[in-house]
Each structure stands twice: as C-alpha cells, then as structure tokens.
Write a protein that binds this ligand. Structure first.
Ligand code: ADP
Length: 579
C-alpha cells in the first residue's frame, strides 16, 4: 500500500492543494473539533502519515512498542477524563493487538475509540488476499460497544461523531472505527470537508432518575438496620465526588470502595469499612450499590460472602444491569451525579442515622483487623516478603497523595490493594473487571501523559513481563513513572520444580535473580536494586524526587506468594479437590 503513503506528498500545485483536503486531514480535523488532543498508537501501513499529520497539527502522538499497551493507555485516559481515549493501529495484526485493549475497555466501561487502518473492501470482501487482509469491522463487533466503518471522506465527520457519542454516552465502552487505506487518500473540496465536521454537543447527557425510584430507595434505606454503601469504579468515573461524599457523610452509612473506587473518599475516612470487609458484606441488611456490578468480584451478590439475607438499592446508568445476578429491590437508573444528588435532596430530618450497635460493631472489627495487619506489616523477614516491601511503599505514598498508582499481579495485586491507602479519586488503576495482567505499562503511560503527575506502578514480576518493553516508551517520552517489580523469580512464586528432574524449569519459574533494573538502564532510565525495606524506601523517594523514568527491582522471598493469589479457588484442580 505504498501508494497511500505517496499521496500525502505535495505533488499538486500549491493553489490546488489549498482548495482540496483529504481523508488524513479530515480525520485529524474531526478529532480536533472535539477537543481530542492525544493519540496513543503504533505506526505502520496505512496510518503512519496520519500519526505524522496529527503531530504536525499540534496533537500529541504517543508511540508504543505494542498496540495492546497503546490501547490500554487510551482506555485509562478515557476513564480519567470522561473523554474517549484514542488508540491508532495498523491493519490486521496491529488491529488485533489493539482489540484486546478495546475488549478490556468495554468490559470495564472505559470510553475509548480504536481507530484502525484496514485493507480495501473490494479485496477483503472477495477474499482475494490483500496485504494484511482482514474483515476488521466484524472481528471488532463482539468486543466493542459499537463499531463503524467510513468509506467516503465526506462521512468522516459523522463517523467520528458517532464513535465519540457511543463511547461516552450511557454506559461507557470501547468503540471501533474502521478507516480503509483508500479513504485516507481520498480528496475532496476543502470547504465541503470543513463543513462536514461535527462538534458533538452534550456527548454524555445527564440522565435524571425517576422521582419514584429515588423515593423507593429512600424508603428502603429508612427501614434498614445495618445499611452499607458499596462504591464501584463507575462512581469514580462519574466525577460526582462531592455528591457522593455528601451522601455518605449525611447518611452516616458505612461504605466499602471497590479497588478502583479507593480514594473517592480517603481510605482513612472514619466511615470506611474496608478493614471489616467480610463482616459488613455478611452482616448488612440493605446495600446501596453505586456504580458497582454484582459480578464475580462481589461473589455475584450471593453465597457465604453475603451471609445474612439482604436487599439492594442499585444506582446505575444501565437499566439492564439490574437483576443481573440477584433481585434488586430498588433500582435507581440514571447518571450517578444526578441519582446521588436526588437521594441527598430527599434526606430529610426523618432519615435515621445508622444505629450505634451497627457502627460500633464495625469499629470494633476494624480495630481488631487493623491491629493484626499492623503486626504482620511490622515484621522484617529477610529476604523481604510482600508485606514488608509494601509497608515501605505505603509509607512513602502516604506523603504523596497526588501520585497515581498502577497495580497488577496476583499476590502483588491482592496485598497492595489492601495495604496501600488511596486519598484522592481516580488515582488507582488496576486489573479491573477481568482481573487481568498486562495493563501495567499501558496504564502507567496513559496516567502519566493524561495527568502530568508521577506514577508508581506496583507490579508482580509475571505481570510486568506482559508490557515490559514499554519501558522504552516511558524513557522516550521521559515520563515520571517509577515501576516497582516484585521479583520472586516466578509466576506466583519461584520455588516450583520440574517433577521429572528434566532440564526445563517448572512452568511457573523464571530466570532466577533477574535484574529487571538493568532493563530500564538500556534506555537511559534509572535502575535500583532493593533487597530490604530501607533500600526500597530510599530508592522510591529518590525515584519520585527525580521525576525520571525509574525501575526498582524489589527482591522478594521466592517462597512468598500463593498460587493465583486469592483466586486459588478458580484453578480447576484446586476447585475439584475442594469438592
Ligand atoms: P467495580 O468493578 O468497581 O465494582 P464495575 O465496573 O463493575 O465497578 O461497575 C461500574 C458500573 O458503573 C457499571 O455497571 C456502569 O454501567 C456504571 N456506570 C459507569 N458510569 C456511570 C455513570 N456516569 N452513571 C451511572 N452509572 C455508571
């Protein structure tokens, strides 16, 4: 498809160029008309010139080493800003790499648009064997909230507008926009091109809840003996921080944040029931879900975790989420800001505060559990374990609530989630709804570029491996990202042996005593090797102060860590043995 690249070269007379435009320019103009200023992507045929042009026209193009991470960066940018993050990929394999991130964004309700170049329709549809031939539109459909293809330059404005609206309105998600190579090269009259652009008005309109649904919820809550509020990442996404705080504090109801909702209220808030999580989930009688789904992360709202019978209020923008796992007594459908404000407005003097028996029991549980955790964290084993290393990180991050935290792994995720407190909203980005690994460096880059603030990525050594090459991207853009690799020599841990005594190591084992810190040095970043909590503290303080790309190889006891972290029950073998 070399001719496509050639078309952007100025071959025509200057006067003529001034009167015509082409697909490349209209795509960029359409994005800019909607205040989109950043593209995450990876260049190649047929979109290299699109990336060049975006940069030439004042947009930021952040180039990655693998499309999945560009897609993850776009998705987290969308989550942080409520504007769709843009990922740009080449056709077929590049598109497929980006598709993983698009599917993850859709699953997590993050707004993003995957724009991909594609081969010519005529050849693809007749399966005549084009360069990187693939029916990308249909491949994307099952994994996207919406998927569109544009065939004519005059429709680019509409295509981009539809993609933006689909990504951010209602329940946010991933949108695919297919741009065949020929479209990018199409020329049209410049004035007509300009007039074809659409600035999307009110892309995510407020959706007010029905007053009777608000009243039903308030009535249910009024009768509750042991109420609980559960905040999910939908609540964080909604940017209704003041309304949520008012609802929590005016009702006095204890709350639990899901992992990415941590910091919506500071984790040190006296009404946080995080340290008594199992107790409140089992004991509560009325639970208010705000932007949280009753999926596997919440044991589907039933079973032992949920203990005593309970009734739910569910606030969500998606009406079909209701009753998805258990019956919902009081659905409140609308955007979280509007729904929570309506509830706050309905809190009159007759609204009861939770009883002292309930809040007192929670406080008691919390202090017992916190004392236990403090004792575990105070230990100083050699080599370090997850707890002693995380204690060091926690104490540094406490002094910098503005820092973004990325977290993935199995054990590294499980322990860090409960040990690292968050103080500000939308600062914690992790494995999310699928519980996946591989989001690390993509989220870290997306968060650093979007916020302009430092990022600390707390990574299991296995999780880090999925996106490790993006260290070069971090160094290339000189991003203030400090990656901490919890190195215990393997997946889960490094102690497994090959039972046959053969030459190959066990499936879960990596190279022993690897020095991940050396990797970043190859690209001009700063590496640290930390074998004690003191070394880790010093390295992290230096890393943050430097504002430079850094990587700390945190050496953890290779015997520390459990199989699949806290998901041991999901391994078929362990599950079968339990039966
Ligand atoms: P968590 O994993 O933290 O429990 P989920 O991703 O499962 O959170 O749930 C997020 C929920 O929030 C989704 O059901 C989604 O429809 C909802 N949601 C997202 N944005 C909004 C919004 N602005 N207003 C209302 N609900 C929203």
């Amino acid at each position: 498809m070399a001719e496509v690249v050639g078309t952007i070269e100025p071959q025509t007379a200057a006067a003529e160029v001034a009167q015509t435009t082409d697909g490349f320019h209209i795509v960029i103009d359409a994005l800019k008309a909607n205040d989109i200023d950043t593209i995450f992507g990876l260049v190649g045929i047929p979109i290299t010139d699109l990336a060049r042009l975006a940069q030439a026209e004042g947009m930021r193009f952040i180039g990655f080493r693998h499309e999945q991470h560009a897609g993850n960066a776009a998705a987290i940018a969308g989550y942080m800003t409520k504007k769709p993050g843009i990922c740009l990929t080449v056709s077929a394999p590049g598109f497929l790499n980006g598709l993983t991130a698009l599917a993850n964004a859709t699953t997590n309700c993050f707004p993003m648009i995957l724009i991909s170049g594609s081969s010519e329709r005529e050849i693809v549809d007749l399966q005549q064997g084009d360069y990187e031939e693939m029916d990308q539109l249909n491949a994307a459909k099952p994994y996207a909230k919406a998927a569109y293809r544009v065939l004519h330059a005059e429709d680019i404005g509409i295509g981009v507008a539809r993609a933006i609206r689909a990504a951010v309105s209602g329940r946010p998600g991933g949108v695919y926009l297919d741009l065949p190579a020929k479209l990018l090269a199409q020329t049209m009259d410049a004035v007509k091109g300009k007039n074809s652009l659409i600035r999307v008005i009110d892309a995510a309109p407020r959706q007010l809840p029905a007053p009777e649904s608000v009243q039903r919820a308030l009535d249910l809550l009024k009768g509750a003996k042991r109420p609980l509020i559960l905040l999910g990442k939908g609540a964080a996404y909604a940017q209704a921080d003041a309304e949520i705080r008012a609802f929590v504090e005016k009702t006095g109801i204890p709350y639990l944040p899901m992992s990415m909702a941590k910091g919506l209220l500071p984790d040190t808030h006296e009404q946080s029931a995080s340290a008594a999580r199992s107790f409140v989930l089992a004991e509560a009688d009325v639970v208010v879900l705000i932007g949280a789904r009753l999926n596997w992360l919440l044991s589907h709202g039933k079973g032992k975790t949920w203990g005593k019978p309970k009734q739910f209020v569910q606030i969500d923008i998606s009406p079909t989420e209701i009753d998805s796992n258990v019956a919902i007594a009081a659905p409140v459908i609308g955007d979280i800001g509007s729904c929570v404000s309506a509830l706050v407005a309905g809190l009159d003097a007759s609204f009861p505060k939770p009883s002292i028996e309930w809040t007192g029991a929670i406080t008691e549980r919390k202090s017992t559990n916190l004392a236990k955790m403090a004792a575990t964290l105070a230990k100083n084993p050699s080599p370090m374990n997850f707890h002693s290393a995380l204690r060091a990180i926690r104490d540094v991050l406490k002094t910098r609530p503005d820092i973004n935290v990325v977290n993935e792994g199995a054990n590294t995720l499980d322990y860090a989630r409960s040990i690292i407190d968050m103080y500000e909203p939308r600062k914690r980005f992790d494995s999310g709804t699928w519980g996946i690994m591989g989001i690390g460096m993509g989220f870290a880059i997306g968060a650093a570029v979007t916020s302009g603030k430092p990022v600390v990525a707390i990574e299991g050594d296995s999780a880090f491996g999925f996106s490790g090459m993006e260290l070069e991207t971090i160094c290339r853009y000189d991003l203030p990202v400090c990656t901490i690799v919890f190195n215990n020599n393997g997946v889960y841990r490094g102690t497994d042996v090959n039972p046959t005594g053969g030459k190959d190591v066990a499936p879960t084992v990596f190279v022993k005593n690897a020095r991940y810190d050396k990797m970043i040095e190859a690209f001009g970043g700063i590496g640290h090797n930390a074998t004690t909590p003191e070394e880790l503290t010093k390295a992290l303080l230096e890393a943050i102060a430097s504002g430079k790309p850094t990587l700390i190889n945190a050496v953890i006891d290779e015997a520390a860590g459990t199989e699949s972290g806290r998901l041991t029950n999901l391994n078929p073998q362990s599950a079968a043995m339990k039966k």
